[in-house]
Design a protein around this ligand. Structure first.
Ligand code: SF4
Length: 211
């Protein structure tokens, strides 16, 4: 458990993505709970120049409408449980838009860099696993990309494992999409199960290839 402190940050927005908690149990369950947005920034946090991410709530994003290219500032807290949270800082406050990005036309091709939708839109769409390198590369700026905080039920009710996994909420026919390797889901005393895309189909069954 880390000791928490409040920090000031400022920087230019590099990406806005949904923030989610995923719960895995073998191949029986992969539940996605959306909890707000992660704002990825290049700038200064706690007096240090760096790239970093700040978790904000849905209400904060609704009000501030952060977008790639905006220069923003605010406060945040360091993480209490670093293994559980991908963003570097959370409990954001005093958020300000110091400079608004020049408006660009809504994108016509991937990666999709327009304004992020409400969390209910992500919930309805569901997501597929996204290859980690593709996430960090061309997909990083896309509003449909997501790096989730994942909890694996490793020994039911006794112990859990934690990791971060990349997902895509975008159209199934996106040319940049790559699933990557099947993901092992370990369980104590058993060989791991492999999430090889079957759960993606269930998670995104409401929509067709172009939605
Ligand atoms: S694969 Fe997904 S995250 Fe990447 S550009 Fe396409 S829709 Fe966006």
């Amino acid at each position: 458990m880390g000791e928490q402190r409040k920090i000031n940050f400022a920087g230019v927005v590099r990406s806005v993505q949904p923030r989610s908690n995923v719960w895995r149990y073998r191949l029986d369950n992969r539940n996605h709970g959306l909890t707000g947005y992660n704002i990825f920034l290049k700038g200064a946090a706690a007096g240090e120049e760096r790239n970093f991410a700040v978790a904000i709530s849905e209400k904060q994003q609704e009000k501030m409408r952060f977008h790639i290219g905006d220069v923003i500032s605010g406060t945040g807290w360091t993480k209490k449980y670093p293994k559980l949270e991908y963003a570097d800082f959370y409990r954001a406050g005093s958020l300000k838009k110091e400079k608004v990005a020049i408006e660009t036309e809504e994108e016509s091709a991937s990666p999709w860099t327009g304004e992020v939708p409400a969390l209910s839109v992500y919930e309805w769409r569901g997501c597929r696993m996204l290859d980690g390198r593709t996430y960090s590369g061309k997909c990083f700026v896309c509003k449909w990309a997501c790096m989730a905080n994942v909890t694996i039920e490793y020994d039911w009710g006794v112990s859990q494992k934690f990791r971060f996994e990349s997902f895509c909420y975008g159209p199934k026919n996106c040319k940049l999409y790559k699933m990557g390797k099947p993901r092992p889901v370990p369980y104590k005393g058993d060989t791991p199960s492999y999430d090889d895309g079957g759960l993606d189909e269930i998670c995104t069954e409401r929509r067709g290839d172009e939605d």
